[in-house]
Design a protein around this ligand. Structure first.
Ligand code: NAD
Length: 478
């Protein structure tokens, strides 16, 4: 797959390039063009022109139809999208087949439906009614697009997370400039092909490739022609983007990092809790923002739980690599730090040796740690690898306190068979999402996002439509 920019309906790959590396064996997969400021500028100008032209003139029904054509186009190229995600990330094929590509299709269909599938819930008109008090005016609210929306996406779920923002942004009538992660350019290029073939007017959707700081990402998020920024990535990057966007008071929607806790109570179905924590810690080698990195277990079952989790971790096979040599080194540096901080390593703790070409890739072992104080950096900082620290607690109060003692607040899991406890604990855990006796069970209509350093705002269903459109109140005196 050759990565190309897509600007104003035209594919181009001018300027400097950088290599795309296969994380499975370290070989070079191809080259990626690095967007110079002029390319970013062209994309923003093309997006603005689309808003003033054919794209901006489309009604809800036609935009919904366009989104459905994009969904169909992704489905028609299912195999190519699977291949692109697998090549760029090294993820197991089954993951791309069952998660990434179906969810991308689902993202476009869900927002087409929300926009023009159920007219009674149309986002364009809300809460018409008499003005409170006087009864002499009719107020109603219409929604209009924000304008040019910059979308910056990470490498961990490249297609799923970018379409999670692209679909509602387009549904609301915005024009989009996407800057995918420099590590994973392929599915974004393919998506541009699909959008092109689906006949969306040139400029409605644009893709510029390149790096973040001091490069395409920074040019785009600081561009005065950008009306809103939707970003998923690290919290520190979010802070840099916010500073960059401040000069133009550009609104932001941020989905950022996490250090997600799991609370396992002694009354839990322990088999389900172990199974669930294996999934929540090690799925996609821990490279999902929702993955668990801190596990707190009620003391009577602590030892049994930790041993069973460690045994399962040691027995994992077929897991994918870290995305890059740099990220592998970062995760391994935390494994070393954990040892220095005094951790007991129950499973893993290093890099595996396969004795084949995978040894040139970026694998790390699934790792279970215990014995660290809550102040340890390993327990406080996001590692974003297949690793968790397991610690005991004695009371419900203490469990909630431990879960909340973090700068982050994205997602948590609570394992208990006590219904009252579940309802007591869940609202007190300071995360945007709390899963009880499950993990990553998603309904795309529900609010998704984090508190504290894990994000700003919520996306999902109508929450996304709220961010990607501007409410305008019309007041008519009668
Ligand atoms: P990252 O912050 O390094 O990069 C994300 C994107 O931002 C990339 O496209 C990158 O090029 C760009 N970027 C970097 N610096 C920039 C700058 N100064 N200005 C503009 N753009 C810039 O994140 P990553 O390593 O790709 O992804 C992993 C992180 O993403 C983890 O912290 C993870 O928790 C988080 N994440 C959060 C969610 C969520 O929904 N909350 C989902 C997935 C990933």
């Amino acid at each position: 797959m050759k990565a190309e920019h897509y600007v104003g309906g035209v594919f181009r790959a001018d300027g400097r390039t950088f290599p795309l590396i296969d994380p499975v064996d370290g070989s070079e997969l191809g080259t990626v063009p690095e967007a110079a400021p002029e390319v970013v500028d062209d994309a923003v100008t093309a997006a603005r022109a689309a808003l003033k032209g054919e794209w901006g003139a489309l009604g809800d029904e036609d935009r919904a139809a366009a989104l459905r054509r994009v969904a169909d186009g992704i489905e028609a190229r299912f195999e190519e999208f699977v291949a692109a995600e697998v090549a760029d990330t090294g993820r197991p094929r089954a993951f791309a087949e069952t998660v990434d590509v179906p969810r991308a299709v689902g993202n476009f269909r869900a927002y087409a439906d929300l926009l023009y599938g159920r007219p009674e819930r149309s986002y364009t008109t809300r809460i018409p009614g008499w003005s409170a008090g006087t009864g002499q005016a009719l107020n109603y609210t219409v929604r209009r697009p924000l304008g040019v929306v910059a979308i910056i996406s990470p490498w961990n779920l490249p297609l799923l997370l970018s379409t999670w923002k692209i679909a509602p942004a387009l549904a609301c009538g915005n024009a989009v400039v996407l800057k995918p992660s420099e590590e994973t350019p392929s599915s974004a290029t393919l998506l541009a092909r699909v959008v092109h073939d689906a006949g969306l007017p040139g400029g409605a959707f644009n893709v510029v490739h390149g790096h973040g700081a001091g490069a395409a990402g920074e040019f785009l998020t600081g561009h005065e022609g950008v009306d809103a920024i939707a970003f998923t990535g690290e919290s520190a990057t979010g802070a840099a983007i916010m500073r960059n966007a401040a000069d133009h008071v550009t609104p932001v929607s941020f989905e950022l990092g996490g250090k997600n806790p799991a609370l396992v109570f002694a009354d839990a179905d322990l088999d389900a809790a172990v199974d669930g924590t294996v999934r929540s810690t090690f799925t996609h080698s821990g490279q999902i923002c929702l993955c668990t990195e801190r596990v707190y277990v009620e003391r009577p079952v602590f030892e049994e739980f930790a041993e069973r989790l460690a045994a399962r971790a040691a027995d994992l096979h077929g897991y994918g690599p870290m995305i890059s040599a740099e990220h592998r080194d970062k995760v391994l540096s935390y494994y070393r730090l954990a040892a220095e901080e005094g951790a007991t390593v129950l499973a893993g703790g290093g890099a595996p040796a396969f004795g084949d070409e995978r040894d040139g890739g970026f694998h790390v072992e699934p790792t279970v740690l215990t014995g660290l104080p809550e102040t340890a950096r390993t327990v406080r900082e996001e590692i974003f690898g297949p690793v968790c620290h397991v610690a005991p607690f004695d009371t419900e109060e203490q469990a909630v306190g431990l879960a909340n003692d973090s700068p982050y607040g994205l997602a948590s899991t609570v394992w208990t068979r006590d219904l009252s406890r579940a309802h007591r604990v869940a609202p007190r855990v300071e995360t945007g999402i709390v899963w009880v006796n499950c993990w990553n069970l998603r309904d795309l209509r529900t609010p998704f996002g984090g508190v504290k350093a894990s994000g700003i705002g919520r996306e999902g269903g109508e929450y996304s439509l709220d961010f990607f459109s501007e409410p305008v109140n019309v007041c008519i005196q009668i």
